[in-house]
Design a protein around this ligand. Sequence first.
Ligand code: NAP
Length: 272
Amino acid sequence: MIELGLLGYPLEHSFSPALHEAALRASGLDGRYSLYPVVRGDAVSLRDLVGRVRTGELRGLNVTIPHKQAIIPFLDGLTATARAVGAVNTIYLQEGRVWGDNTDTAGFAADLHKLGPTSGPALVLGAGGAARAVIHCLRSMGWAVTIAARRREQARELADQFAGVEALLLDAPGLQNARAGLIVNATPAGMFPDIEACPWPRGAPFPEEAAVYDLVYNPPETRLVREARAAGLRARSGLGMLIEQAALAFELWTGRKVEREVLHNVLAHIIR
Ligand code: NAP
């Protein structure tokens, strides 16, 4: 019996149980994926859950808000990616040690590939945990990154952690003349239920020729994606990244590759 799960808070709306239970079924493995709601600051529960991975009682865990950084002191090691990003979304046991990895980075890279552009100036909207994974990924691909956040100091603070990354205010004057071959939304703006929200400031034109990647996956076509397509830009939502990061975590835990189509079909039934 393979015990997997998700650690974070709140968790009720997560799609991870459906994705991983489908992956278990498709792989012919007996197991389950449980939710472990743990509130911010509850170090005792974080230590306990990592301990249960160390003993093998749990095969592995996903980690989400608000613990992607807070979990790090309880782990025995970090992969190079998790160390560079400074955040963990997957923990697993290897040779008696509990490791933290960040599969958001490789998940984003794999799905961005389907959108097309490969290098140039990129604009990342938002300066939270997902933005860190995106920026690390884009920097390692050779993109010249600018962060735009609604709090200038937050954008500056994150930019300072990466060599050569610029910071802007996320508002119409700030983005009026922004140059970008790629715009990535790493804010939750536009996510269900607030589906009419859009992170791109009203009144600022989209940079010509930019492609748009929206990390938000619910709804599958966000307002940002819709408006970008209406302006003639290529645009993609975060569903593919969600699927990729889940499949990569599942592979770390079980050694099994999952058909992306299986996971896609699961989400197609849940998100309409
Ligand atoms: P986070 O750590 O809370 O960071 C969110 C960032 O967005 C912060 O900079 C926040 O600024 C900013 N923000 C929030 N609401 C905004 C708004 N209405 N307008 C402009 N900026 C706003 O969250 P996260 O973990 O980075 O996640 C961000 C989004 O990415 C979420 O929707 C999440 O579901 C999605 N995501 C998707 C995938 C995937 O696989 N597709 C993976 C990871 C994350 P303040 O600090 O000022 O609020």
